[in-house]
Design a protein around this ligand. Structure first.
Ligand SMILES: C[S@@+](CC[C@H](N)C(=O)[O-])C[C@H]1O[C@@H](n2cnc3c(N)ncnc32)[C@H](O)[C@@H]1O
Length: 584
């Protein structure tokens, strides 16, 4: 079954399943059902309008039911994933067979059969006493009834479920035993904590919403996500009240739990990019999409093989104290370096995000490290020192179905420089809209970037602030215009407003300083949130510009806060602000 979204369509568009015209609406019933071939994007059945959707229902009905069932299987596995995270972190045991029962229980109302399967490497002898380091492995096979479709849920591998044949083939495995689940074989499991947690959480969720769990697993995306948030919140609250009651490793319960549900995005395969993060809802500019603690921290990029060996040890020490779920997800992250470095070091080098502006220290994140690069990124990553967490904010409006991207490179790099850096450090060639420009547009873009570099240097030298303040202020204005033309947003904008603010305040102009501080604050909040260190600093200076240490270095432009002109047109106001020739 192929998704209706064609390879040439931008995300969120496809051809109408009834009349083949371009369409943006989709059937909510099966929206975002995972593709059975894991290489493909999640499914969307497009319609140009309700008439076509009604007319096509007879044809689509059977497919829609199958897709809903498939999505329910993935959702049930995700519910389980969250529960396991909590239970792992409490230090309780989670046995593979108890997982199978939980999965079966959660899928009770869904048209599937859950079987317990043991697999072994295809080229080694079968049997539980196989002397292989890759001995028998236990997993669940979920068969969609009356179809040829089956999924593998293997908790020792990465979540999410994999198509059965692919799992067996890619893992070079063979089935050594397969049978239906029967609780009679495992009476001791009745009381197991995972089953209890699942029962308790699901029961309370269902009671609160007056819905069946099966219906929630099959519900449209927004309902499922909001129910999941309630569920995960409940689990976390429960885990906090029971912290320390686990039967071993109780200190782990204080660790941040990585919650794999976020109503704003999905992590999914994207053509030519591996996995990536895709918006599931409209995300307005300024929204905090994600706030995450690093799973592993690293002091910096290793310079040589001794540094790599040391980093490997540092990572191994941190991984050893993590729940198995987090370790598994760490090892499933992309590694661009193959066997050039120890695997954990390759993963760290490919996925690390800095823990502060210009900081050598970096972190690896189970969610944020799945975000791909674009030179025209729509989101930005910031290390929030006050929260001790990484935040990802939307720096423009993001549409549902659009990929969420950050920039892997800093500064005003020209086309060739960006490509060389991205290729050597991350092993890909960027084809974003900025990079896909015509040679003539690219030339203009490179000229703007060269100019931005030289303006930044000139402003940054500091002398201009008091020696040639008018020219310095106009340079900041020119930078903002060039950034707009180049489509660069994010944290560069507040940095430039802060430079402009300093020019005004150093020369005693509290009126301009006030306006510029407001813009600095607002643009900083957009990229980092009001709780970032810089936003807090900007707020204080916005309220009292004269508290800046440079205030009154000269009094060339002495002016009180109350002198901000009123009643001017937007154009005249901008002209006043930037001290353009002939301004009022
Ligand atoms: C931090 S990981 C991002 C998540 C990754 N795609 C995954 O599957 O886990 C960085 C890697 O993602 C891929 N990548 C990131 N941005 C890309 C882009 N714009 N085009 C192609 N591949 C990209 C590259 O393989 C890169 O080494």
């Amino acid at each position: 079954m192929k998704p209706a979204e064609s390879k040439s369509s931008p995300p969120g568009r496809g051809s109408c399943s009834a009349c083949s015209k371009e369409a943006t609406n989709s059937c909510a019933g099966c929206l975002n059902a995972p593709a059975y071939d894991n290489e493909q994007a999640p499914h969307r059945t497009f319609y140009c309008g309700s008439q076509c959707q009604k007319a096509h229902w007879k044809t689509h009905k059977i497919e829609c039911k199958l897709l809903q069932t498939r999505r329910a299987v993935h959702r049930a596995a995700a519910v389980l994933d969250a529960l396991i995270g909590v239970i792992d972190a409490r230090g309780d045991e989670v046995t593979p067979i108890s997982l199978a029962f939980c999965l079966a229980e959660s899928l009770d109302e869904i048209d599937v059969t859950v079987r317990e399967v043991t697999v072994v490497p295809a080229n080694e002898p079968t049997g539980t006493d196989t002397p292989s380091h890759r001995g028998p492995r236990f997993l669940c096979k979920i068969i969609l009834n009356n179809t040829d479709e089956a999924w593998a849920v293997d908790r020792s591998e990465a979540y999410p479920p994999l198509p059965w044949d692919q799992y067996i083939q890619d893992g070079c495995l063979k089935v050594s035993s397969e049978e239906g689940l029967s609780l009679h074989r495992y009476p001791e499991l009745y009381g197991e904590c995972l089953a209890m947690a699942l029962e308790h959480q699901i029961a309370s969720m269902v009671a609160a919403r007056n819905m069946q769990f099966g219906a929630i697993l099959k519900a449209p995306e927004s309902i499922f996500q909001s129910e999941m948030n309630g569920l995960v919140g409940g689990i976390l609250a429960d885990s906090n009240t029971t912290a320390g009651q686990g039967n071993k490793g109780a200190d782990k319960s204080t660790r941040e739990l990585q919650v794999p549900f976020n109503p704003l995005y999905h992590i999914q395969p994207l053509p030519g990019k591996g996995q990536g993060m895709v918006a599931t809802a409209k995300i307005p500019k300024g929204t905090r999409i994600l706030c995450e603690s690093p799973t592993v921290k690293m002091p910096g990029n290793p310079r040589d093989s001794a540094g790599a060996a040391l980093l490997n040890t540092i990572i191994a020490q941190q991984l050893a104290s993590l729940p198995i779920q987090a370790r598994t997800r760490f090892h499933a992250l992309h590694n661009k370096w193959g066997s050039e470095f120890p695997a954990a070091v390759g993963i760290a080098k490919t996925n690390a995000l800095p823990l502060g502006h210009n900081s050598r220290e970096a972190g690896i994140f189970l969610e944020a490290s799945r975000i791909n690069h674009s030179c025209r990124n729509n989101a930005e990553n910031t290390w929030n020192h006050r929260l001790d967490k990484l935040t990802i904010h939307a720096i423009r409006d993001i549409e549902p179905g659009e990929e969420i991207t950050i920039s892997y490179v800093d500064g005003f790099l020209r086309y060739d420089e960006r490509h060389a850096r991205l290729h050597s450090a991350f092993g890909f060639r960027c084809v974003c809209e900025r990079c896909a420009a015509t040679p003539a547009e690219r030339k203009k873009s490179d000229e703007r970037l060269r100019r931005l570099v030289s303006l930044e240097e000139e402003i940054g030298d500091g002398m201009g602030i008091v020696m040639t303040p008018v020219s310095c202020l106009r340079k900041t204005h020119e930078m903002l215009n060039l950034l707009g033309q180049e489509g660069i947003g994010g944290s560069t904008i507040p940095r430039v407003y802060y430079d402009a603010f300093q020019v005004a305040i150093a020369n005693g102009d509290q009126a301009r300083a006030k306006v510029l501080a407001v813009r600095w604050y607002e643009s900083r909040v957009m990229v980092e949130g009001a709780d970032s260190e810089d936003a807090v600093k900007a707020k204080a200076l916005m309220e009292r510009p004269s508290s800046h240490r440079l205030f009154g270095t000269t009094m060339k432009w002495k002016q009180a806060v109350g002198k901000v002109p009123r009643g001017l047109s937007e154009e005249a106001f901008e002209s006043w602000l930037w001290r353009e020739k002939g301004a009022v």
